[in-house]
Ligand binder design. Structure first.
Ligand SMILES: [Zn+2]
Length: 238
């Protein structure tokens, strides 16, 4: 996610409870917003039962996608000795919801603010690596969810054959798990692409400033993953 104004030296008081609350609020808000966007924006409110299911699936995915993305920034930055604290960005949350109602995914709900000294050129590599950690986590998670979706199909055949149950008996559970894996691939692939855009406060800008080769490789991988996912979905559902 965007990392806010970490290059300005900002004195953050350590307040673990506040950080957890800001984090939790971002996850819940973003999970609901992404659910609405994936279900089709304002159109989705015509079918509240289906919207509710999509929001539940989205909340599960956003929990993993967002927590591990931000934790990755935080862990890498702290390993370099920086003070790194998550802060919510309220205008970003409002933008995310507005975009979702229009049927688009947008994610700048806040980010890990990294406090560092004034020597930015020396810090550029460390900042770049801290920024890179988030989108890399989303690329990995997207692949993990893709593997899980195939595992689900495989396991389902095996489960039905060995228990003698019919598909109808397990359909609701299977649909929920299937929804989570599919949305998991989509949201994570999209988060990687979005956050790697080399602009503004996005992670991509810091990676680009640090090392253009690394940025190009990771950006090409995430774009490729996103198109592969879109192609896979059209094969499955188109
Ligand atoms: Zn990020």
């Amino acid at each position: 996610m965007q990392q806010g104004s970490e290059v300005t030296v900002k004195k953050d008081k350590e307040n673990p409870l506040q950080e957890v609350l800001e984090f939790a609020a971002s996850v819940i808000w973003l999970g609901i917003a992404f659910g609405i966007a994936i279900a089709g924006g304002t159109e989705a409110f015509k079918d509240l039962v289906s919207l509710r299911t999509t929001i539940i699936e989205s909340l599960v995915v956003v929990f993993f996608a967002f927590v591990f993305h931000e934790l990755a920034h935080r862990v890498v930055a702290r390993r370099y000795g920086y003070k790194a604290v998550y802060h919510v960005w309220i205008p970003g949350l409002l933008l995310a919801m507005a975009a979702s109602l229009a049927g688009f995914l947008f994610a700048a709900p806040g980010g890990v603010h990294i406090e560092m000294g004034q020597n930015l050129s020396e810090a550029r590599a460390k900042l770049g690596k801290s920024a890179l950690a988030g989108p890399v986590v989303n690329i990995i998670l997207s692949i993990v969810f893709a593997v899980l979706s195939f595992a689900l199909i495989y396991f389902l055949d095996f489960y039905l054959a060995s228990t003698g149950k019919t598909l109808a008996e397990v359909e609701s559970t299977v649909n929920l798990l299937w929804g989570i894996t599919i949305i998991g691939v989509e949201i994570n692939a999209w988060l990687a692409v979005f956050n790697l855009i080399p602009f503004g406060n996005l992670d991509g800008y810091k990676v680009f400033q640090w090392n253009k080769k690394v940025w190009t490789v990771v950006f090409v991988i995430s774009i490729g993953l996103y198109f592969l996912m879109t192609w896979g979905q059209s094969k499955l559902f188109g």
